[in-house]
Design a protein around this ligand. Structure first.
Ligand code: ADE
Length: 249
């Protein structure tokens, strides 16, 4: 049976999936804990990458080479960049780009040599995550409803890089530079594009879904930990459980 990896950067982003695993087995490898087990009739490996692209790439390579996973799903939080992408909304990745990659003029700005500038996610896994997302959105925002509107689902481009974007100036500059080249990034985070690249190199399907924890501005750090624990974690739980029920056996 196909083995599925569920990957997050931080423990709080994983919700209580480890506790839900049947026949859980913890394996230490490459300085990380990997949890093998079953859930909803699926063989799973749960892993935490830690923060950043190298950590995410290393964890993805371990999942594939050491644990034999054949599909990878990332769940976690991101900063909102796109117009109307609010705290508490959910962004489903259709494509990823590395916003801190620049080998120009040898290669196009943001292009990882040997890859397209924008790396696509797997369509069928992404379609299943999109259905599963509604179960997470139904939970609401647990008191974080700043906008007083129900959380919404957005789908499109996510930009990844080794930087926590925490000023309005940095976030505007990032958004404008990308937009000027036709890249309308909805959200920014620090791992997804690296996982996408590793999956592309191995020919494996990858999908990612992120709850918006902040607007990547001067208050990006405020309430971050509380939000991840109380909103993003339960969201990830609801989405991943629904997703696993949709996966073919
Ligand atoms: N993940 C969540 N918020 C983020 C931000 N503002 N910048 C980068 N990664 C993030």
């Amino acid at each position: 049976m196909t083995v599925t990896a569920i990957l997050s950067a931080l423990p709080q982003e994983q919700g209580s999936l480890v506790q839900a695993l049947q026949n859980p087995e913890r394996i230490e490898h490459a300085g990380r804990s990997f949890w093998r087990g079953q859930l909803h009739g699926q063989l799973l490996v749960l892993a935490l990458s830690g923060i950043g692209k190298v950590a995410a790439a290393s964890t993805s390579a371990s999942l594939i080479e050491r644990f034999g996973v054949q599909r990878l799903v990332f769940t976690g939080v991101a900063g909102g960049l796109g117009a109307g992408v609010q705290v508490g909304d959910v962004v489903l990745a259709r494509e990823f780009l590395q916003h801190d990659m620049d080998a120009s003029p040898l290669f196009a700005r943001w292009q990882v040599p040997g890859h397209a500038v924008r790396m696509a996610c797997d369509e069928s896994l992404t379609a299943m995550l999109s259905i599963a997302a509604s179960h997470g959105l139904a939970l609401g925002n647990a008191g974080f409803d700043h906008e007083k509107t129900p959380p919404r689902l957005h789908q499109g481009l996510i930009a990844s890089g080794d930087r926590f974007v925490s000023t309005a100036a940095a976030s505007q500059q990032l958004r404008q530079e990308l937009l000027a080249a036709g890249h309308d990034a909805l959200a920014v985070e620090m791992e997804g594009a690296a996982v996408a690249q590793v999956c592309h190199e191995h020919g494996l399907p990858f999908a990612a879904i992120r709850t918006i924890s902040d607007r990547a501005d001067d208050s990006a750090h405020v309430d971050f930990t509380h939000f991840v624990r109380h909103v993003a974690g339960p969201r990830a739980d609801a989405i991943v459980h629904a997703f696993l029920r949709l996966l073919p056996k």
